[in-house]
Design a protein around this ligand. Structure first.
Ligand SMILES: [Zn+2]
Ligand SMILES: [Zn+2]
Length: 210
């Protein structure tokens, strides 16, 4: 029983979209459908996976740019978001500042402030509430192998911006210390931008955490 992790870096900000799938039942979930729906859905279909839901770590536009197009072919797909990021989602996730049109018409139905335990096939996930980069930012921890889908909280050698709407530097550092650094050292962090990393590497080398 393996959790397959596919990573696609997409769109104007090279945002990481993850497709995670149970190798036995072929259920899959898309975390942060960043951009280029054809690439995302093309890979899902090519693998013969069944798309069960979309989970958003937070609602900056570059993390859901493909959502509107995906929903056209999957109109009933559950969309997960934390309620504290709903105002940002409704405002288009900041896309207007970039002059980029965004489709945010699909309404969330899965609320990460209420639903804390998730699954993809036989794989269990816990929703971690990690605000600071945005007010309702969450991360998804796969509890068996310690895989952490962290969005824009912790990067290889960096942390998320806190100068955008609702950002708070102290809150972000607190979220990282409370929910990331307390994980086992070999926990793999899959960030919203850039290369994967581990908790150990960031404890040792991240200049924001020393
Ligand atoms: Zn962001
Ligand atoms: Zn981002």
């Amino acid at each position: 029983m393996t959790l397959i992790v596919e990573k696609l870096s997409l769109g104007p900000l090279e945002t990481n979209c993850f497709i995670i799938a149970d190798s036995e039942c072929n259920d899959c979930v898309v975390i942060d459908p960043a951009w280029n729906a054809n690439k995302i859905i093309g890979l899902v279909n090519k693998r013969g996976w069944n798309l069960q839901a979309i989970w958003l770590t937070h609602s900056h536009f570059d993390h859901f740019g493909a959502l509107g197009t995906i929903i056209k072919s999957h109109p009933d797909l559950p969309l997960g978001l934390h309620v504290k990021d709903l105002p940002l989602y409704q405002a288009g996730g900041g896309a207007a500042n970039w002059g980029i049109p965004i489709d945010n018409s699909h309404q969330p139905t899965l609320w990460f402030d209420q639903t804390i335990n998730l699954n993809v096939g036989m794989h269990n996930f816990i929703v971690l509430f990690v605000p600071g980069h945005s007010p309702g930012h969450v991360a998804f921890l796969e509890t068996n192998s310690n895989l952490l889908f962290g969005g824009d909280v912790l990067f290889q050698g960096g942390i998320g911006r806190t100068d955008l709407y609702g950002g708070d530097f102290n809150q972000l550092i607190n979220s990282i210390k409370l929910h990331f650094l307390t994980r086992p050292n070999d926990t793999v962090v899959y960030p919203g931008h850039g290369s994967n990393t581990t908790i150990l590497a960031e404890k040792q080398y991240n200049p924001y955490l020393t």
